[in-house]
Design a protein around this ligand. Structure first.
Ligand SMILES: N[C@@H](CCC(=O)N[C@@H](CS)C(=O)NCC(=O)O)C(=O)O
Length: 206
């Protein structure tokens, strides 16, 4: 099996962390790819062009970090990172969904800087995403004290770690997430104690 991702994608990082945590590095090869562009060879691997994607031995393409991680965690029939079935898993799923919502917003906001020149950036989108990100940073300042985010490593923690771990304060500009949020800062530092989180740190962008 082969996991395709860029080394900068936070969604790909979620999948890379799960691959390491589940001891699958020998069974699932990691293929670093580039996304976007015309005639990108990756489109022949995964027509959507998105990462991460996991190509199974029979050629089946699994895309979307949620599905890829679910598959990898359930591969041995004994998942450890996912919530239990039914209502017992609701709290975990609730926090994971909010973390993912935050990741989606911050990713959209960051893309304004990554892919658009200053003069064509959308002030409307950036202001909307900045406000969302700051509201949700306040939510997580409290949530990190709860059971789901302070217990053993799980999908909610991995998702939230991929929002914050390695992110400098004021990145993107205006996202001063460290200011006045000591619990969140301490939590992110604690997540840096996991080898899988440190090993998957995105390389600096030029
Ligand atoms: N919901 C998807 C999001 C994946 C995603 O947006 N990946 C970005 C990289 S961060 C991508 O593949 N972009 C390439 C493109 O849009 O062509 C997931 O969880 O995997």
């Amino acid at each position: 099996m082969k996991l395709h991702t860029t080394l900068t994608s936070p969604y790909g990082r979620i999948a890379r962390i799960v691959r390491l945590e589940r001891g699958l590095a020998d069974r699932i090869a990691l293929e670093s790819v580039q996304t976007r562009g015309v005639d990108n060879p990756y489109y022949a691997v995964n027509p959507s062009g998105r990462v991460p994607s996991l190509i199974l031995d029979d050629g089946t393409i699994l895309e979307d970090s949620t599905l890829v991680c679910w598959f990898m965690d359930h591969l041995d029939g004994d998942p450890v990172l996912h919530p239990p079935q039914g209502m017992a898993g609701l709290e975990h799923r609730r926090i994971e969904a909010t973390a993912r919502s935050m990741l989606d917003g911050v990713s959209l906001w960051s893309r304004e800087f990554l892919y658009r020149e200053a003069e064509i950036r959308s002030a409307t989108i950036m202001a909307h995403e900045q406000a969302r990100a700051l509201r949700l940073a306040d939510v997580f300042e409290k949530e990190v004290l709860g059971k789901v985010l302070s217990g053993p490593l799980n999908m909610a923690q991995i998702t939230l770690a991929c929002v914050f771990h390695g992110r400098m304060n004021d990145r993107p500009p205006g996202f001063r997430w460290q200011d006045g949020r000591p619990n969140l800062c301490a939590w992110v530092e604690r997540m840096g104690g996991y080898a899988s989180i440190v090993e998957t740190l995105p390389p600096p962008r030029n």
